[in-house]
Write a protein that binds this ligand. Structure first.
Ligand SMILES: [Zn+2]
Length: 107
């Protein structure tokens, strides 16, 4: 028998429906229900998207630092904007690899 009932809050799984024995007022979800699976996938996707936006924002702010230093050498211009974009994209990519999150739910 599979452990088809799942607590979204603490990830506890068990065979029988009911409330989570570890969390107060947390009903267990039936992960064999397609609607529940879809909801959990959407929750994971939203968490991952939110984390990646945060990493991207930090990368854009941190990415301005080397470009500011470069502006002392080459002055102003389109090159600096491209350098900032490139640096931010590279930092964002590296940041999501280092600090990104994976799907939390088993669906
Ligand atoms: Zn729980």
């Amino acid at each position: 028998m599979s452990e088809r009932f799942y607590c979204e809050r603490c990830s506890h799984r068990q065979d029988l429906a009911g409330d989570c024995p570890h969390c107060e007022d947390e009903p267990l979800l039936d992960i064999e229900d397609p609607d529940v699976r879809l909801m959990l996938r959407e929750m994971d996707a939203a968490d991952i998207r939110r984390r990646n936006y945060s990493i991207g924002a930090v990368a854009a702010v941190v990415g301005i630092l080397p470009v500011a230093a470069l502006s002392i050498v080459i002055g102003e211009g389109k090159t600096l904007v491209l350098a900032w974009a490139g640096t931010s994209i590279a930092l964002g990519w590296a940041g999501t690899r280092l600090f990104g999150i994976k799907a939390r739910h088993p669906v």
